[in-house]
Design a protein around this ligand. Structure first.
Ligand SMILES: N[C@@H](CCC(=O)N[C@@H](CS)C(=O)NCC(=O)O)C(=O)O
Length: 206
């Protein structure tokens, strides 16, 4: 299998962190240069209709896009350690938290960077300071909300690491491009980020 990825891209990193936590090393990583538009070719569009990464290409040529769908597939292939839930309730609960992490934290962080950082102008051709500001405000509000959740537990969903921690970490680390990181205003998130740094996921290059 091949995983199409790119340095500093948060959605592929969600998958590479997932692989790292599972200890999977036999997926070939194909690095694309997004700034140079290597993902906007007809060949790549045949694999990924919206020219997006991550894209997982199976040995028989079938492709999956959407980072969560790729993680679902990998969870079936590499069952341990379980990162997406071991019984019906836990699976649904982890999905609930994962959607919260993705839609309320990671997406606003990404939109803030994409619209607010000149380094992303090649990808986000119509950068808008207003969109950047609105997403920054949402991201900061939700960082505080997630910080409060972590006051009484170590991980974002339940009592062990799950995909939710990886989804959130992908977005939170991407915000470093806009010079934000969890600090004393979000002390629980800061503690969680330090704990994640020591894990396989935290060692995956941004
Ligand atoms: N919902 C998709 C989002 C994928 C996505 O936005 N990927 C970005 C990289 S993080 C991308 O391919 N961007 C290419 C572009 O903007 O041209 C997923 O989770 O896989």
């Amino acid at each position: 299998m091949k995983l199409y990825s790119a340095p500093y891209a948060p959605n592929p990193r969600r998958v590479t962190m997932f692989l790292a936590e599972k200890g999977v090393t036999d997926v070939e990583i194909v690095t694309l240069d997004l700034q140079a538009g290597q993902h906007r070719t007809d060949d790549f569009r045949a694999k990924s209709p919206f020219s997006q990464i991550p894209t997982l290409e199976l040995d028989d040529g079938r492709c999956l896009t959407e980072s969560r769908a790729i993680c679902t597939y990998l969870e079936s292939l590499y069952a341990e350690p379980n990162l997406m839930g071991a019984d019906p309730f836990e699976r649904a609960e982890i999905e609930m938290w994962d959607r919260r992490a993705e839609l309320m934290v990671t997406l606003p962080m990404m939109m803030w960077v994409r619209h607010g950082n000149p380094l992303l102008a090649a990808l986000e051709k119509n950068q808008s300071p207003a969109i950047a500001a609105a997403n920054e405000a949402t991201a900061m509000k939700m960082a505080k909300w997630f910080d409060a959740q972590l006051a009484t537990r170590d991980f974002l969903a339940g009592d062990r690491l799950t995909i939710v921690d990886l989804t959130a970490l992908a977005g939170i680390d991407f915000a470093k491009m806009n010079k934000w990181r969890p600090d004393d205003e979000t002390p629980n998130l800061k503690r969680w980020r330090a704990m994640m740094a020591d894990r396989p996921a935290g060692k995956v290059a941004p």
